[in-house]
Design a protein around this ligand. Structure first.
Ligand code: APR
Length: 314
């Protein structure tokens, strides 16, 4: 019987990409190809990761490359290539640099792995998903952005720290755009089954929401060079596993809305069922008035970014 192992290509062997490759390989979900324009970085990091197998005992193959041919027929492609935020780089500069990188990578992905599920990580996330979808020409089921898992992981961490309980027992839903305009939903946050508003005063919840919203900035300030990568990589791995193992997990992801929540043509963070086909379903849950207003505000911020792409000819 022919048996084919799952194949995951991680594009961009920087902080997020290499950490993703390490986590994916060590969890043994499939073989990993790590691609970067910097061939030495891709090959060096892949070899280093492969050598952890002897100690950590996994069977995944890990290969570094600068050649897109090596990514052929991937089941999942994780796109982290691009430039991270750094001081002195304007919003428009970052948008143009990363839109061009994402577009060129997606043309290769479409050619080499036409059946893949693509998980976009490059920021500004919701706009990069839009570029990726356009260049890939894939159905929306196979183009997803990683944002909500990370934003909700940050919120859950702060709730667990505040209440001094295990983060395993904290569930949260975060919707909308990534970062500043994210929309946390305290009404849908539970600690051991108990709704969060029964455990914490509204002003404490608001403070934790604000910290989660600025979660990326807090880390950028501390690191001084570069941005967060461990939690972003772990969040990608959770999404990739849901697809590769057809888990039908319910996770907040950036998905192209086609009328859900009254919005069409934009990628926004919404609760999704992720399985073998990628996006199996968008959970079109009812929002109350305040949630709807916050979600629509977030959508307007994402729409402005997409308009900027057009203004910059991208
Ligand atoms: N093709 C392949 N790789 C590329 C390309 C390209 N066209 N352009 C850039 N890269 C590679 C760089 O060589 C670098 O190794 O992408 C990698 C990016 O890595 P880092 O600079 O370390 O950035 P990282 O912290 O990993 O963040 C990557 O994820 O979370 C987001 O905001 C973050 O957009 C950023 C992305």
């Amino acid at each position: 019987m022919a048996f084919r192992r799952k194949k995951i290509s991680v594009v961009g062997a920087g902080q997020v990409g290499a950490t993703c490759a390490l986590m994916l390989a060590s969890r043994g979900v499939g073989d990993v190809v790590l691609l970067d324009i910097n061939q030495g970085a891709a090959k060096g990091k892949a070899l280093d990761i492969l050598q952890t197998a002897a100690v950590q005992l996994f069977d995944s193959q890990v290969r570094g490359t600068a050649d897109w041919a090596d990514t052929a027929d991937s089941d999942v492609v994780v796109l982290t290539a691009g430039s991270p935020r750094r001081p002195g780089l304007s919003r428009d500069d970052l948008l143009s640099i990363n839109a061009r990188v994402v577009a060129s990578c997606c043309r290769e992905i479409a050619r080499r792995s036409p059946g893949a599920v693509v998980i976009v990580v490059t920021n500004p996330l919701d706009a990069m998903c839009f570029v990726a979808k356009r260049e890939l020409g894939f159905p929306r089921e196979r183009v997803l952005g990683m944002a909500g898992v990370l934003d909700s992981a940050r919120f859950r961490t702060f709730v667990a720290l505040e209440l001094s309980v295990s983060v395993r027992d904290v569930q949260a839903l975060v919707m909308g755009g990534h970062g500043d305009s994210m929309v946390p939903m305290p009404r849908h946050c539970f600690v051991g089954g108990v709704p969060l508003p029964e455990l914490l005063a509204p002003e404490r919840i608001a403070a934790l929401v604000e910290r989660a919203r600025r979660g990326g900035d807090e880390i950028v300030k501390l690191l001084e060079t570069g941005s967060a990568f461990y939690a972003p990589a772990a969040s990608v791995v959770q999404m990739a596993e849901a697809v590769l193992l057809d888990q039908r997990r319910v996770l907040p992801c950036a998905a192209l809305l086609e009328g859900e929540f009254g919005i069409s043509g934009l990628f926004l963070g919404v609760p999704c069922v992720l399985g073998g086909r990628g996006l199996e379903q968008v959970c079109d849950i009812a929002l109350d008035e305040a949630e709807r207003a916050a979600f629509e505000h977030s959508a307007s911020r994402v729409r402005a970014l997409v308009d900027d792409l057009a203004r910059l000819g991208l």
